[in-house]
Design a protein around this ligand. Structure first.
Ligand SMILES: Cc1cc2nc3c(=O)[nH]c(=O)nc-3n(C[C@H](O)[C@H](O)[C@H](O)COP(=O)(O)O)c2cc1C
Ligand SMILES: C=C(O[C@@H]1CC(C(=O)O)=C[C@@H](OP(=O)(O)O)[C@H]1O)C(=O)O
Length: 399
């Protein structure tokens, strides 16, 4: 369930996403998909393209009267910029003599390895699909997955915790500072919801100002900037994923799909790299039991996963995004035709896309969790999956 494919070039007519299999009877609101597409387009540091696009999903199959039929759900998102690329990107017309090939590859982008691998003499043939424009389609798929997860009380959030070398508090820091503040799921929701009002999706207003200034100054220098964002999931039951095979482990599924987001170069679960430096006595979450809460922990260094399985605590993932490869002060490059020294192509570009990537991270996390939940609670209809879920909760209660 929730296996999917996306298609589409950045400046082609439109993006397409097909979710191959969905349970029947899932209510899907297109407005909720559009809300996520809107969130992905926001964030300080974006370039001119986001002023052109206004992403909206068109659902072409798989739903009837807002309910899934259990058939492939296909969606398209129009590229408004296509109007400026009709000749240069025409799928079904001969190439015009006026269309110039792009031949100076950008370090850090897919241009050079893609041209060598696919034997392309125009780098546009590579960059059009490598472009993170594709993440709009993944965000739309993620928005369907979120609507499935909502049915089980699972919510996926994110915030930005680093821009360049400027860091703000992580979720673990925030909770340690004021443990009572985030005791209820509502308080967690309120905190993360408020971030959509900030230009960087960072909860610290003083740090946000410094981060914005950093982005501005690097933009002025023709440079770009990366950062780190954190994903937090509440409401996950124990037992998604499995310890039995490496490819069934929840963290291997999450890492594989999250690393598939353009420019993501590092994944940490829980205390991650920092945890590697702690003594074992400080690195693990001691186990407690009482009748009201059942088994529970007083800390969450594991970030919600032990032995490849969700352990019932919040899922905490941090992702490192490298700086955007397209630079106004272009780096050294070599022309793929003349082989002569040159500077890299200067396309219109984002300077920072960490806030946008955090929304894509939420979407991809939701997809992996929906896939894992559908595996665990299997069934062809929502009725069947919900029944299985309820029985499983009962089994846990009686354990
Ligand atoms: C939301 C988002 C927006 C991006 N915007 C740009 C951009 O404007 N210019 C650019 O060169 N790279 C941009 N990137 C990064 C490139 O797509 C990415 O670095 C490239 O495809 C090479 O892949 P890799 O970094 O995963 O190796 C963006 C990435 C994301 C997630
Ligand atoms: C279009 C999107 O991001 C694009 C991702 C991207 C890249 O190289 O990854 C390059 C830029 O494309 P353009 O040259 O058309 O401005 C970004 O705008 C988007 O996020 O929807």
């Amino acid at each position: 369930m929730f296996e999917y494919i996306t298609a589409g070039e950045s400046h082609g007519p439109r993006l397409t996403a097909v979710i191959k299999s969905l349970p029947a009877g899932l209510r899907v609101e297109v407005e909720k998909i559009n809300e996520q597409l809107y969130r992905r387009q926001q964030g300080y540091g974006r370039g001119g393209r986001m002023k052109i696009e206004s992403d909206q999903a068109i659902i072409n199959s798989g739903l009837r009267h807002k309910e899934s039929l259990g058939t492939p759900l296909s969606m398209t998102i129009e590229n408004r910029d296509w109007q400026n690329w009709i000749e240069a990107m025409a799928p079904d017309k001969e190439r015009g003599a006026e269309i110039e090939a792009l031949t100076n590859p950008r370090p850090g982008h897919a241009d050079l390895p893609g041209a060598l691998k696919y034997n392309h003499r125009d780098l546009r043939n590579v960059l059009e699909r490598a472009s993170a424009r594709e993440t709009a389609a993944r965000t739309a798929v993620g928005a369907v997955a979120r609507q499935f997860l909502e049915q089980f009380g699972v919510e996926v959030y994110s915030h930005v915790v680093q821009i360049g070398s400027l860091k703000s508090e992580t979720w673990t820091d925030l909770k340690a500072k004021d443990p009572e503040r985030f005791e209820s799921k509502e308080a967690v929701k309120e905190y993360f919801s408020s971030l959509d009002q900030t230009p960087l999706r960072c909860g610290d207003s003083i740090k946000t100002k410094a981060m914005k200034d950093l982005i501005d100054s690097w933009r002025e220098n023709g440079d770009s900037v990366g950062g780190v964002f954190e994903i937090v999931v509440t409401g996950l039951p124990v037992g998604l994923g499995s310890h039995v095979h490496w490819d069934l482990k929840l963290e291997s599924k999450l890492a594989a799909q999250l690393m598939g987001i353009q420019a993501i170069k590092g994944v940490e679960i829980g205390s991650g790299f920092k945890g590697a430096g702690l003594p074992g006595s400080k690195a693990h979450d001691e186990i407690f039991y009482d009748l009201k809460q059942g088994f529970h922990r007083s800390s969450n260094q594991a970030g919600g996963i032990e032995g490849g399985m969700s352990n019932g605590e919040e899922l905490i993932i941090r992702l490192a995004m490298k700086p955007i490869p397209t630079l106004a002060q272009a780096l050294h490059s070599a022309d793929i035709i003349s082989k002569k020294e040159t500077t890299a192509a200067k396309e219109r570009s984002d300077v920072c896309a960490v806030p946008a990537a955090s929304i894509v991270g939420e979407a991809v996390t939701a997809i992996v969790l929906a896939q894992s939940a559908a595996d665990k609670f299997g069934g062809d209809s929502m009725l069947e999956i919900k029944r299985n879920y309820k029985n499983y909760l009962e089994q846990l209660r009686k354990f």
